[in-house]
Design a protein around this ligand. Structure first.
Ligand code: G3P
Length: 217
């Protein structure tokens, strides 16, 4: 299962990349606004930190303008993945871009039928938003289960990129279901390493080690 960082904060991305656990980055217009950085500039910087796909989202709503925006975005670096919304124009743009070898992430997916359309449009990734699905009284993980089933039924190559991940249980469930990628806020990625018994164990071992009076270095 691949781990993407869902952020445009350079320091966080750099820190995660240094662990060797980071497989890519996703951004969206809200995350760019939050970073306070210039979109093109920060995207280029992120693409230089990771070799993995870096999603950069178009903001146009019509196919022609989406294509023009994608043309500019894909020149930033070879690992840019164009993010388009799950609309008919977004799907048309996805088909055109993937047809000539550009990676595309179809975002704002909230139903299995939408995910089916994204796969038919040749999407590299589809992004179902589990947290926002939960917020609205649905079960985000049921959506992931349905998409996995459908993609396996028809052997679609589109990767399920679980987005709007809010906590470790979303990650665990995604891994159980067999989602391909989870994109997470950096704090969620780091929290996966936490366990009270790990902390307690380290404390105990170090206390006993101190009694030996030895040192490794
Ligand atoms: O990048 C899209 C998605 O992960 C947004 O998450 O927390 O704003 O619902 P959230």
């Amino acid at each position: 299962m691949k781990f993407f960082a869902d952020t445009a904060e350079i320091d966080d991305i750099r820190e995660l990349a240094e662990t060797g656990l980071l497989d890519g980055v996703t951004t969206n217009p809200s995350l760019i606004a939050k970073s306070g950085r210039d979109f093109m500039e920060v995207t280029k910087e992120i693409c230089g930190i990771t070799d993995g796909p870096v999603s950069a989202e178009v903001v146009a709503l019509d196919h022609e303008t989406m294509m023009k925006e994608a043309e500019i975005l894909r020149k930033i670096a070879d690992n840019v993945c164009i993010k388009v919304p799950l609309t008919i124009d977004g799907l048309k743009t996805c088909k055109a871009l993937t047809g000539d070898g550009t990676m595309v992430n179809v975002t704002l997916c909230f139903s299995a039928n939408q995910a089916l359309l994204a796969a038919k449009a040749g999407a590299t990734f589809v992004s179902p938003f589990v947290g926002r699905h939960d917020d609205n009284g649905f079960d985000g993980m049921d959506l992931i289960r349905d998409i996995r089933l459908i993609y396996d039924n028809y052997l679609f190559d589109t990767e399920i990129l679980v987005a709007s991940v809010r906590h470790a249980t979303h990650v665990l469930e995604s891994a159980r279901i067999g989602a391909d990628v989870a994109t997470m806020p950096p704090k969620v990625i780091k929290a996966l390493a936490n366990h009270v018994l790990t902390d307690k164990g380290i404390e105990g071992f170090l206390a006993d080690w101190a009694k030996t009076g030895q040192s490794i270095l």
